[in-house]
Write a protein that binds this ligand. Sequence first.
Ligand SMILES: Cc1cc2nc3c(=O)[nH]c(=O)nc-3n(C[C@H](O)[C@H](O)[C@H](O)COP(=O)(O)OP(=O)(O)OC[C@H]3O[C@@H](n4cnc5c(N)ncnc54)[C@H](O)[C@@H]3O)c2cc1C
Length: 429
Amino acid sequence: MKPYDVIVVGGGPAGLMASIAAAVAGANTLLVEKGNRLGRKLGISGGGRCNVTNAKPLPELMQNIPGNGRFLHSALHRFSNEDVRAFFEGLGIRLKEEDRGRVFPVTDKASTVVQALIDKVVDTGVEIWEDTPVTGLMAQEHCITGVTTRHRGAIPARAVVIATGGCSVPKTGSTGDAYPWARKLGHTIVEPYPTAVPLTSDAPFIRSGALQGLSLRNTSVSIMDERRKRLTTEYGDLLFTHFGLSGPVALRCSHYVSTALRKNPDAKLTAVVDGLPDLSLEALQQTLRQRKQTEPLRHLRNVLSDLLPDRLAHQVLDRSDVRGDAPMSETANAALETVAKTTKAFIVPITGTLPLAQATVTGGGISVKEIDPRTMASKLCHGLYFCGEVMDVHAHTGGYNITVAFSTGHLAGTSAAEYALAEASVTRA
Ligand SMILES: Cc1cc2nc3c(=O)[nH]c(=O)nc-3n(C[C@H](O)[C@H](O)[C@H](O)COP(=O)(O)OP(=O)(O)OC[C@H]3O[C@@H](n4cnc5c(N)ncnc54)[C@H](O)[C@@H]3O)c2cc1C
């Protein structure tokens, strides 16, 4: 069988973009996908609306990539979020920007984006094999020679791009298949772990569901270790659940929780939630003192419930060890201060995160130390390239992971094509 110039393994956003880039660069390209549908995970991203990228300026965008963002510097400069937007607009897909820079198709349908990518793959002449699981890589003397597949045997190629994703939400096809293949060629695999995932807590008020379903808009959550060292402070919407904390701000915190627990599985972590983000501590203390003057006969519980959701007010009073059923006039100023402090720093003990299978994104993967950031090429095996979530890179949700997939996919596809075409000309000569 005549070798393909480039075989791209995996038809997610990284693999779709890699195969387009390789074909546009002139390579005879095959895209191999194990499932019966391309772009499955992309199709459920951003709540099914597909958060294609984020419009923030590049330096700010990179701050939203806590997992090896610096490694992506070259890739993001070669094919940036602006390039992602221009790419889709060039395909006739109109995009709109929403809060926090998130960019969606105006149709609000992920299928618009996925279909446009597939059409482009077809237009550029890429051959597509679906329902074809790749089972391994073929290499000779540190040079890639092709891939092996479950149903169609060995397929020779001059270059191979691995775009098989991580191992979260495995029903989408990302099941960590490429880790053992890369390990066999000498690559280090950073043990995968969950990121962009809800946090778990065994606090009695969580287990009892006392706050289940309660959401706080635009609040701050700090993650602290047992020495009261602040690991991060993140901002956004928070949701209390029956197992812990969810919502965008909890997902942003999860990177720091997972990282701390990987270093020390016994670490005692807490989340410090601001129960009333619109008022400073001083303003809240002042408000409570004023209300004591103007409404001396009202119970503290009722006054607090004017400011906070009822259920949270109840928990705050419980924690502060202050009676809520006493009139304001009989409540000491020191007690009001305690209540204000507890409201502004409501502590939730954190035991960990939901498991990897339920995570939005996989942390860990193929170590970036053995990948050239200028080309996405393996430093250990010629002709082998990586892109997307299979690598040890991850970002916060908000279109950043998808941008990373497109950006690294574009670079890996272009580099693989250049390598393969140079190899082909050497063979011909
Ligand atoms: C519910 C959900 C919501 C999300 N929302 C957002 C969001 O709002 N913003 C954001 O930035 N990110 C979001 N993400 C993350 C984002 O979707 C991923 O980071 C991105 O899809 C990764 O792209 P990828 O191409 O690297 O991998 P994937 O999209 O996982 O694609 C990998 C592909 O490789 C195929 N494959 C695997 N093994 C083999 C094999 N052996 N042979 C052949 N093919 C194989 C798989 O079937 C799959 O099609 C979300 C993820 C989920 C699960």
